[in-house]
Design a protein around this ligand. Sequence first.
Ligand SMILES: [Zn+2]
Length: 137
Amino acid sequence: MLNLGEDLAQRIRAHAARSYPNECCGALLGRDSAGSREVQDLVTLENFRQDSPRNRFLVRPEDVLRVEKVARERGLDLVGWYHSHPDAPPQPSEFDREHAWPWYSYLIQSVEAAEPQRMASWRLTDDRSRFEAEEIL
Ligand SMILES: [Zn+2]
């Protein structure tokens, strides 16, 4: 269960829309306690994959360190990541699965013709074989 407020959902939708036709990406900061996860802030990230910015969401180790530092400064934890799927449904791609880590929430915002569509959140299973849907509240 991912508790995302309407304000933050709106910020993600806006980021996805203005990045179109490229993917946008960012980090989700908040709290996780006993499976109840609440997002309280966002950090937008550049999409560093210049070779294929339309369909390649990649978080680099230095991004993780940078975002963890921001989270600490704000008294929050890094609980997940978001990115957009231009002209595609909010289902994780095989590339997404290969580059994901367990535990984090992976929120995907679909955007078609610069108009935000559905969003969905996913968690990688511990054996990393597949994503499971996470309900967004
Ligand atoms: Zn993706």
